[in-house]
Design a protein around this ligand. Structure first.
Ligand code: FE
Length: 219
């Protein structure tokens, strides 16, 4: 299973213990659990979201459909959202920067963005992003939102899930959809970051850090 760490944290050990107990009682099958986790970590992942964004950047009709009825537009695009709730796509513009949170638990459009980044489930993010989003995105993610942009926070529920359509970066004219998708990070789909400029992608490639991966938890 991907994502194993050499030194598991307290909660990870508890989950392992629970999994072992449930398996012993014949209630779960570890292999089936591994398959589910792997599906979300590798096959769904944030790449689906990135493909959708790149398409929206290059196809105005698709973008309009996506903003109007996210779920139906995605179905046409070949992404099926399962039984999840209504999907709302919020567009970042020159005047609005959108941020997504689930203050109650951790609702998230898994079918499109894969597994949640760890910080999305963290109490500090969940509580403070609503109180002062401008300060929190700067402190947690180093993202400075200019005063010219209003920050709107969207609280996900079991009925409505959100994802952000980031602004298309400058210097990307003429780029193919496939190359544009590489500029879309997990953070940018939640509003915790911006889509990368081509130079940033090149720098990330040189540093050997996969830019689309969620930032590593500092523990
Ligand atoms: Fe939730």
């Amino acid at each position: 299973m991907a994502g194993h760490r050499t030194k598991p944290s307290g909660p990870a050990l508890r989950v392992k213990a629970l999994e072992a107990l449930l398996e012993e009682k014949g209630l779960v099958n570890s292999q089936a659990l591994d398959t589910i986790v792997e599906t979300y970590e590798t096959r769904v992942g944030p790449r689906n979201g990135a493909r959708v964004v790149a398409k929206a950047w290059t196809d105005p009709a698709f973008k309009n459909a996506l903003l109007k009825t996210g779920r139906e537009a995605l179905r046409e695009f070949g992404i099926h959202q399962g039984k999840a709730a209504k999907l709302v796509v919020v567009e970042n513009t020159e005047s609005i920067h959108n941020v997504v949170v689930c203050t109650l638990c951790s609702c998230y459009p898994y079918d499109i963005l894969g597994d949640t980044p760890w910080w999305y489930k963290h109490d500090i993010y969940k509580t403070r992003i609503v109180q002062n989003p401008r300060v929190v995105v700067k402190e947690m993610f180093g993202l400075e939102i200019p005063d010219s942009q209003e920050v709107q926070v969207h609280d996900s529920t079991s009925d409505v899930r959100y994802f952000v359509l980031p602004q298309r970066p400058k210097g990307t004219e003429g780029m193919s959809e496939a190359d544009l998708a590489k500029l879309v990070t997990v953070d940018s789909l939640i509003g915790a970051g911006l889509a990368m400029e081509p130079a940033q992608l090149r720098a990330a490639a040189q540093s050997g850090v996969a830019p689309e991966m969620p930032r590593v938890r500092p523990d």
